[in-house]
Design a binder for this molecule. Structure first.
Ligand code: FAD
Ligand code: FES
Length: 512
C-alpha cells in the first residue's frame, strides 16, 4: 500500500513501495533523557544510537516517519562530496576535506552496520560513484578534484576516460553505496520499538525552551521535559535567524523510469553542471524491472512555479542519453538546504538554547549527513564531546565563502519586495477550482485557495517564520516561502519549517 504523502501531486518510489508504521499522538506530559523532534533519518538514527547507549528517548513528529525529505530523497550514499573536495579545501583547508571524507565514509559504514545488526532488508548495496564531465565543461574541474583527494590521502580514486553509463571522462570513487531509505526507516522504527523508545506521530512541536531541563511544547500544549533535545526537523524550528542566514533552501526534482533488467550498469552518477544531474539505478522488486532514478533541475524554493516543465526537462535529458529508458513510473520533488561550504550544520543550537542541538544543511548529502549527525549528537549528549564537532559547528561562517553569504542573503532580502507588488489576481473570481493565487487586499497580501467544489479558503500570505510572502506551488498545491523554505498546505497548515505555526486563517467572505 502506498504511503500517504503530506503534499499532493507527486509520490516518490519509496513512498509507493514501502509502508512505514504510523504512531499515535502525544496526549499527556512525559519525561525523557532526550527528546527528539522529527522522525526522519536524523531523528530515528539518533534515537537508535541513544537507546543503545541506555538513554530514555521520546521522538515527536508533526506528521509520521518518512513523510519528510527522507521519503523524497534519491538515496545516494556518497563519501564523495557533491560540492567538491577541491572547493572545501579552498574555503576550509585540506584537513577539513580529509575529515569530511572520513566522516561520510564512516556514515556509510554505520548504515551498513545498523542494517546488518538490526536485520533490516533495505536493498543496501556497495558500488562505485562517477563524477562525469558534462560536454563543454573544463576538464580542469576533474583534475583539480583528483589532485585534492590524492593530496589528503584517498588514493583509490581514479580518472577514467569513459564512465560506464554516459561514456564521458570521469573520476571513479570506490566504496559508495545505495539503499531503500524507507525500508531502512521502517527497520529503525521496529528496532526502536523493540528497545523501548517511544515515537509519537501527528504531534507538532511549537516551542523548545533550552536549559538544565529542556521543555518541548506541542501544538496541543503537552510538554516533554528532558535533559537534552535534538531538533531533527530538516530545517530547524528552534532558531529564528542564526542558522537560516547561512543556508539556502532549494527545491529539487526526481523521476523514476522503468528499465529492462541489466540494461544500465549500477553506480552513482553525477555530472559537473550546476545544478547537477544525479542518477542511479534502483533494482526492481515489484516485477516491473529496474528503475532509473534521475534528479536535478533545482531552484530556490518558492522562486519558481514550473514543476511540470522541470520534470519534462529531466525526462528529455534522460531519454537523450539512456535510450533503454521506458515508461515514467514516478516523479516527485523535495527540498535540500545548501550551506556556504557544502557541509551540514550539526551541534549546539547557534541561537544559544542550552542542551538543544540541531542537524541541518544537508547540502544534497542528507543521508550521510543525517547519519553523521546521529553519531555526533549521541556522542555529544552521552560523552560531552564529539568527533568532527569543529568541522560541522553550526556557528561557523567560513570567511572565504563570504561572496556566497552575501549573494544568498541579498536574494532573501529581495524576496521581501513582494510585499510592494500587486497581487497575481485582481479578484477571487480569477482563482480556478483546485488552484491558489495571491490577492492584494489593501496593504496586505492574501493567499487564496479555491477547492475542487468551488469553496474559497483564505490565509494571510505572511509566512509565520519571518514574514516572507508565500507563493503558490501548482505542482504540489502548497504555499512555499521564498525566504528560508517554509512550506504550508493549501489551507495554510505548516508542512515544513523553519515556520512552527500555520498561516493566519482569514474569512474569505471579506475578500472582493
Ligand atoms: C529529491 C531529493 C533527492 C535527494 N537525494 C539525496 C541523495 O541522493 N543522497 C543524500 O544523501 N541526500 C539526498 N537528499 C537529501 C536528503 O533526502 C535529506 O537531507 C534527508 O532526508 C533529511 O533528513 P532529515 O531527517 O533531516 O529530515 P526529514 O526526513 O525531512 O525529517 C524531518 C521530520 O521533521 C518533522 N517535523 C518538521 N517540523 C516539525 C515540527 N514543528 N514538530 C514535529 N516534527 C516536525 C517532519 O514531519 C519530518 O518527518 C535528497 C533530497 C531530495 C528532496
Ligand atoms: S521561511 Fe523564513 S520568512 Fe518564510
Amino acid at each position: 500500500m502506498a504511503l500517504e504523502s503530506p503534499v499532493e501531486g507527486t509520490s516518490s518510489l519509496w513512498q509507493a513501495t514501502c509502508d512505514v508504521p504510523s504512531f499515535a499522538p502525544l496526549t499527556q506530559d512525559v519525561e525523557a533523557d532526550v527528546c527528539i523532534v522529527g522522525a526522519g533519518l536524523v531523528g530515528l538514527t539518533a534515537a537508535l544510537r541513544l537507546v543503545r547507549a541506555g538513554r530514555r528517548v521520546v521522538v515527536l513528529d508533526s506528521h509520521q516517519p518518512g513523510r519528510g525529505n527522507t521519503g523524497r530523497t534519491t538515496a545516494h550514499l556518497a563519501s564523495a562530496l557533491d560540492d567538491r573536495f577541491s572547493e572545501l579545501a579552498r574555503v576550509r583547508g585540506l584537513d577539513a576535506a580529509r575529515q569530511a571524507w572520513e566522516s561520510h565514509a564512516t556514515a556509510i559504514d554505520c548504515i551498513e552496520a545498523i542494517a546488518r545488526d538490526e536485520d533490516i532488508d533495505c536493498d543496501f548495496q556497495r558500488l562505485d560513484g562517477y563524477l562525469w564531465l558534462a560536454p563543454d565543461q573544463d576538464p580542469d574541474r576533474l583534475r583539480r578534484e583528483l589532485e585534492t583527494v590524492h593530496a589528503f590521502g584517498w588514493h583509490t580514486v581514479q580518472a577514467m576516460e569513459e564512465d560506464p553509463l554516459f561514456g564521458r571522462p570521469c573520476l571513479r570513487f570506490p566504496d559508495q553505496a545505495q539503499f531503500h531509505p524507507l525500508k531502512y526507516l521502517a527497520g529503525l522504527c521496529a528496532a526502536l520499538q523493540r528497545s523501548g523508545a517511544v515515537i509519537y506521530g501527528d504531534t507538532r512541536v511549537e516551542d523548545i525552551a533550552g536549559g538544565p531541563v529542556v521543555v518541548t511544547t506541542t501544538a496541543h500544549g503537552h510538554r516533554v521535559r528532558s535533559g537534552a533535545a535534538i531538533v531533527a526537523t530538516c530545517s530547524p524550528i528552534c532558531d529564528r535567524f542564526a542558522v537560516h542566514s547561512k543556508q539556502a533552501s532549494y527545491t529539487t526534482y526526481a523521476i523514476g523510469l522503468q528499465l529492462p533488467p541489466g540494461s544500465v550498469p549500477p553506480g552513482l552518477y553525477w555530472d559537473t553542471i550546476d545544478p547537477y544531474h544525479y542518477v542511479r539505478l534502483q533494482p526492481g522488486g515489484d516485477g516491473r524491472g529496474d528503475v532509473l532514478l534521475v534528479g536535478g533541475e533545482d531552484h530556490k524554493t518558492g522562486q519558481a512555479d514550473d514543476g511540470e516543465r522541470r520534470f519534462a526537462a529531466l525526462e528529455a535529458w534522460t531519454r537523450a542519453r539512456v535510450p533503454a529508458a521506458q515508461e515514467r513510473l514516478y516523479r516527485w520533488s523535495g527540498q535540500v538546504f545548501e550551506t556556504l561550504d557544502g557541509l551540514a550544520h550539526i551541534g549546539p543550537d547557534p541561537a544559544g538554547a542550552a542542551n538543544v542541538y540541531i542537524a541541518t544543511g544537508d547540502s544534497g548529502m542528507g543521508m550521510t549527513h543525517s547519519t553523521i549527525a546521529a553519531m555526533m549528537l549521541c556522542a555529544r549528549i552521552c560523552d560531552g564531546e564529539s568527533e568532527w564537532s569543529q568541522l560541522y559547528d553550526p556557528r561557523r561562517r567560513p570567511l572565504k565563502a563570504g561572496g556566497e553569504f552575501i549573494r544568498e542573503n541579498a536574494n532573501v532580502a529581495a524576496q521581501y519586495a513582494d510585499w510592494l507588488r500587486p497581487g497575481e489576481v485582481a479578484s477571487v473570481e480569477e482563482v480556478a477550482p483546485g488552484s491558489g493565487a495571491i490577492l492584494r487586499s489593501g496593504l496586505s497580501r492574501v493567499a487564496v485557495y479555491r477547492d475542487e467544489t468551488g469553496d474559497l479558503h483564505a490565509c494571510s500570505a505572511a509566512c509565520t517564520h519571518l514574514l516572507g510572502s508565500v507563493t503558490w506551488n501548482h505542482l504540489e498545491k502548497t504555499w512555499d516561502c521564498p525566504c528560508h523554505g517554509s512550506r504550508f498546505d493549501r489551507l495554510g497548515d505548516v508542512l515544513a519549517g523553519p515556520a512552527r505555526a500555520g498561516l493566519r486563517v482569514l474569512d474569505p467572505r471579506t475578500l472582493r
